[in-house]
Design a protein around this ligand. Structure first.
Ligand code: S3P
Length: 170
């Protein structure tokens, strides 16, 4: 019997990528990273898509990918942090999936992303301020998930266990 998709949403740097990899492995499911699909489709990096084609273009392709993935089952989906900005993305993902919001504090997010590149949204002079501002805007959107998991004090394995336990209840 096919299973509902497990959909990970949340801000950049909360650990969606690592959690989705371990989760897919633990459940023997296929993992799909929306950002990776987008980069492969456009044949360029996320940063290049933003700088050469602009954010609206990125959001348009992102929505197309969401619609495609929502028509499939049995996946673990690692969503880009801005997927919630488009309301129809949420309704599409909900049709075939259970949504888990990995919630972290600005402090933890900043610590994780500060030495990484590749995130044009945070490539600004005051990344901590930007994180705080965007989290305030987006937290209510992320909260549309079926479950919210506070990840600040959890290891990746803890998060994986919790998601498996919660999706067993669906
Ligand atoms: C974005 C998050 C990124 C990526 C793009 C925009 C955002 O994904 O989709 O840089 O608006 O929050 P990750 O959350 O996987 O870093």
């Amino acid at each position: 019997m096919p299973h509902r998709n497990i959909v990970l949403i949340g801000f950049m740097g909360v650990g969606k990528t690592l959690v989705s990899k371990k989760l897919a492995q633990a459940l023997s499911r296929e993992r799909v990273s929306m950002d990776e699909v987008l980069e492969a489709r456009e044949q360029r990096s996320i940063s290049d898509i933003f700088s050469e084609l602009g954010e609206p273009y990125f959001r348009m392709i992102e929505a197309e990918i969401v619609a495609e993935l929502a028509s499939r089952m049995d996946l673990v989906i690692d969503c880009g942090g801005g997927v919630v900005l488009n309301e129809s993305n949420i309704s599409n993902l909900r049709r075939s999936g259970t949504l888990f919001y990995l919630k972290a504090s600005p402090r933890v997010i900043y610590k994780r992303i500060k030495d990484e590149g590749g995130r044009p949204i945070l490539d600004v002079p005051q990344p901590f301020g930007k994180i705080t501002e965007l989290l305030t805007q987006r937290d209510p959107l992320y909260r549309q998930a079926n479950y919210t998991i506070d990840v600040d004090d959890l290891s990746v394995d803890d998060i994986v266990r919790e998601i498996i336990a919660l999706s067993g209840k669906e």
